[in-house]
Design a protein. Sequence first.
Length: 158
Amino acid sequence: MAERKTATKGAKTVATSKASKGFTAAERAAMKERARELKAEERASQNKADGERDLLAKVAEMPASDRALAKRLHAIVKASAPELWPRTWYGMPAYARDGKVVCFFQSADKFKSRYATLGFSDQANLDDGVMWPTSFALKKLTAADEARIGALVKKAVS
């Protein structure tokens, strides 16, 4: 049984537990993945093909519905902004300029969400007044959606 002790902070009494053994297995796996990714980012920053290979490997690991969206987004981004470098970012497909992520794809499966997400970082030139969207929920892509995404990516790198 875990030992419990009581800590007093001012007028409040807070129960603490010694049951914590550090990071969970999922947290340790995420840290190892991020360390591998940082090494891959270094390689990818020197060779665009390495970054694209790493990105496509991550896409291949996704469930079919997310994989189809990610592949289509990859083609749209490459066509709309060929100057962006493909890479991974926290285990997600991303596209960078000067080493900084401009846009990224988040699979629905990764976060147990009902939709995938196309997101833009603060490096994207999407400013429109004092408020503008920086991420978009995706369930499927129509031709109109693809055109809109292509335009957003072009604006983001303008």
